[in-house]
Design a protein around this ligand. Structure first.
Ligand code: CA
Ligand code: CA
Ligand code: CA
Length: 423
């Protein structure tokens, strides 16, 4: 799109849409030097995340506006409209197969089964599927700190006394945000503060697997205005962290740094932290219970002090629909305990001889599942071993491997036995 802009030059703004948080590009084509921007193309990288949950196959219009600000001129905006069509949920698992090695074995001998589940869905559909995991939920309450203190602190716990403030000096959205004081307190004692801010969120029931948990928001770093602090100070010694904790306040994993006082820009900056690993084990063993999203700031108790501001906090938990494999080891074979493995996803053999795998085939489009069995029959027979692959909304498919057991007992002409085992 091209427009003659208020700055007197032709400005062309190109917005390339991208799925799933892939970085797109906004480009300025500027033909004038009068505004202080040299002529040419000025790429401005930006990240676009298609997070709306459009129905499958339904076009969805998205308008994206860029604001161009040049010193001495009125800011101007240019808009690009794109339409994203959520790809139909297509899975093509037809290349999946199952094999056994060796294909002939006698009583007591060990064989290895391999099931490869392969998705041949075209990559474009795959990307769109990735961008719209099923079942995302926002877990935080009043993440923008709007409302009066009673509303905010009905959900948030903050401390220690005087080390935080629900305030409006800096706001990213709405009229309020939260401040944590990595600083000394007031005269005459100038106590060292240890500020914290946390909210407990409940893990939804039914969370099984392929779950992601991401905490994002806006942070701003500024020098402390406390009377004990050195004026305009702030320093990298002062650090704002996020720590996941269990419902009893015990740490889950290690803290992640959000910001430090080394660059007191007084500008809001977005942050995004993946806490899936920290929360994952706990979530699976404690469905329906709480975890604490715990922010805290440290400082080195000198008088170069930093105040951290937080706003627009979100905690998104997303669950993708897994694909499931069920493989029951048939009579005549005995599963070798502990041999079930998979290259991705989760396996369980607790219900052996029924073996299970589940996981998501994105971005990796295939998984290899293997296990070992020993021949437990003394009969000469063809043992048919079938795996069933199921995905939500699809007809299950099955894949079979044939094993010829105790073939030396088959007093049949070899040509017949061979034909039977190779069919
Ligand atoms: Ca706010
Ligand atoms: Ca210091
Ligand atoms: Ca300090």
């Amino acid at each position: 799109m091209g427009t003659r802009g208020a700055l007197g030059q032709v400005i062309v703004l190109i917005l390339l849409a991208a799925f799933g948080g892939v970085v797109g590009t906004a480009t300025l084509l500027d033909t004038s030097v009068e505004d202080g921007i040299s002529p040419g193309i000025h790429p401005a990288p930006l990240s676009l995340r298609h997070s709306q949950a459009a129905a499958s196959g339904e076009p969805q219009a998205i308008t994206n506006t860029a604001v161009i600000a040049v010193p001495g001129y009125q800011p101007m905006s240019r808009t690009a409209a794109i339409t994203i069509t959520q790809a139909p949920d297509q899975l093509d698992l037809s290349p999946s197969y199952k094999v056994v090695s060796p294909q002939e074995a006698n009583y007591g001998e060990r064989v290895t089964y391999t099931v490869v589940i392969q998705d041949d869905t075209d990559p474009q559909s795959h990307t769109a599927l990735l961008a719209n995991p099923t079942g995302c939920q926002e877990l935080l309450q009043v993440g923008g700190f709007e409302g009066n203190s009673d509303t905010v602190f009905a959900h948030w716990h903050a401390g220690e006394p005087f080390a935080f403030k629900h305030q409006s000096r800096y706001i990213y959205e709405g009229s309020m945000s939260m401040r944590l004081h990595a600083s000394m307190g007031d005269y005459p004692d100038c106590p060292a503060y240890h500020p914290y801010l946390w909210q407990a969120v409940t893990i939804p029931d039914g969370i099984t697997m392929a779950t992601t948990m991401v905490i994002q928001g806006q942070q701003l770093v500024a020098g402390s205005l406390a009377p004990c602090s050195n004026p305009e100070s702030s320093e990298a010694d002062d650090v704002l962290y996020l720590q996941m904790r269990d419902s009893g306040g015990n740490n889950l994993g290690t803290p992640q740094e959000i910001a430090n006082g080394g660059a007191p820009t007084e500008q809001w900056k977005a942050f995004e932290l993946d806490v899936t690993d920290e929360a994952d084990l706990y979530m699976h063993s404690h469905p329906g219970e709480e975890v604490q999203i715990y922010f805290y700031a440290t400082h080195d108790e000198d008088f170069n002090d930093t105040w951290f501001y937080l706003d627009g906090l979100e905690c998104q938990m997303c669950t993708e629909s897994p694909i499931r494999l069920t493989d029951t080891v048939p009579d005549g074979l005995s599963y070798v305990s502990g041999t079930l493995t998979a290259t991705i996803g989760t396996v369980t053999d607790s219900a052996a001889p029924t073996l299970r795998w589940s996981g998501v085939l994105s971005p990796t489009p295939s998984v290899t599942v293997t296990y070992a069995a020993t021949v437990s029959t003394t009969r000469s027979q063809i043992i048919t071993n079938t795996a069933v692959i199921a995905a939500p909304g699809y007809q299950p498919i099955s894949r079979t491997a044939l094993l010829c057991s105790n073939s030396y007992r088959a007093f049949l002409p070899r040509v017949l036995r061979t034909r039977s085992c190779d069919q």
